[in-house]
Write a protein that binds this ligand. Structure first.
Ligand SMILES: O=C(O)CCC(=O)C(=O)O
Length: 377
């Protein structure tokens, strides 16, 4: 009888707690964001949906020597002879001197995924478990009142939430580790544009300078103003990265922009608006750069650039020493462009590339160039 009385007395409380559990304990609303990609790496089979409404790309100097559009909408350019052979060899040499390591893979949006999973656990299983176990702990204790019941439930909530957070942390980490298999190249960043001797070739400096020049259309006729504009532009770059592919190494289909990774992107100057790759060596076999969502046969593809591999169904570019490839992973406002998904196909012969990502805002060190390096540009 006492037990029945106890349960009946606590019934309204249990109903209230169950209601809260069903509708969410979290102070945040259920205004969930639309489904997102979990990572910057992707399967090539995702549908083309977010290209709708992509706005104008970043403006460039289309009259830059050697610049040629090989695809329109989305625009892709090549710049023949962007870097001279000495600069290419210098970039390779400096990268090897510094030491190349396994290329990192960005798990874009991991902070948001972690937050979403924690919120989901708090609103659902953890709350239900805390209520259920709290009820079970007090059900046979005739002296336990509402205060004890709530006390047990709160304690349980804290305990189960701690366990859930640890589990979600491990899950997120294992996801990030799995992504590593999709990028097997090695790489290093060259953030030191200085050269020990004036005679020495300055590959990294040359690379940053020419990229800044390309991205500064309508620059001033005054040399000092032009230089200032190019330094301002280079402040929006991530430091050059040199990537090496040995036989069978790949970079799986991926995007250089993020659909949603605001927290992580903030440290890197926000969204990636342009990618510039320079091939540092000639590659006889393998190692194509492939755009899996763009057809070679499309009227939007121009085939007059000899390095477009016409035998491939999708737009593929064969590496040629000194030539640059330029595309725009997001529009100028930062809107993600799914059509620019691309990959580094399996290498047969050794392949080296150097890459600069141009972001929306200043990229502070360690990802971007330090102020004294920018002054050299
Ligand atoms: O290696 C390639 O051809 C592509 C490289 C690439 O996609 C990247 O570094 O983001």
């Amino acid at each position: 009888m006492a037990a029945f009385f106890f349960r009946a007395r606590l019934l309204p409380l249990m109903v209230a707690l169950c209601f809260l559990a069903a509708h969410g304990f979290s102070p945040t609303t259920c205004n969930r964001s639309p489904p997102r990609r979990v990572t910057a790496l992707s399967s090539a089979t995702t549908t083309d949906s977010t290209s709708v409404g992509v706005g104008p790309r970043l403006a460039i100097r289309e009259d830059f020597p050697g610049c040629q559009r090989i695809h329109s909408d989305p625009d892709i350019f090549v710049i023949s002879g962007f870097l001279d052979p000495a600069s290419c060899q210098d970039l390779i040499r400096r990268a090897n001197d510094k030491g190349l390591q396994q290329s990192p893979v960005a798990y874009a949006g991991w902070t948001q995924d972690f937050k979403d999973l924690v919120e989901l656990a708090a609103k659902g299983p953890v709350t239900w478990l805390a209520i259920g176990v709290g009820w079970w702990q007090t059900k046979d204790d005739p002296t336990a009142g509402q205060v004890e019941l709530i006390g047990h439930m709160v304690q349980n909530f804290v305990l189960f939430m701690g366990l859930a957070i640890a589990g979600i942390g491990l899950f997120t980490k294992s996801r990030a580790d799995q992504l590593q298999d999709l990028r097997t190249s090695t790489s290093t960043t060259l953030d030191d544009l200085n050269s020990t001797s004036k005679q020495e070739t300055q590959g990294p400096l040359q690379f940053v300078r020419r990229t800044a020049e390309l991205f500064t259309p309508g620059s001033s006729s005054s040399d000092s103003l032009k230089r200032q504009q190019q330094q301002d532009e280079a402040a929006l770059f991530e430091a050059p990265t040199v990537i090496r592919y040995e036989s069978r190494q790949v970079l799986a289909p991926h995007y250089d922009a993020n659909r949603s990774a605001a927290t992580e992107d903030a440290n890197r100057g926000g969204q990636t608006l342009a990618t510039l790759l320079v091939y540092l060596n000639d590659v006889a076999e393998g190692g194509l750069t492939r755009f899996g969502k763009l057809d070679t046969a499309s009227p939007n593809t121009q085939l007059d650039y000899a390095q477009v591999d016409e035998s491939q169904e999708k737009l593929c570019i064969r590496p040629k020493m000194g030539d640059a490839l330029l595309f725009f992973p997001a529009d100028v406002s930062g809107k993600f462009d799914e059509r620019t998904e691309h990959e580094g196909c399996p290498a047969v012969d050794e392949k080296y590339i150097a890459r600069i990502w141009r972001h929306q805002n200043r990229v502070p060190p360690p990802f971007g160039l330090a102020q004294d390096e920018l002054l050299r540009v």
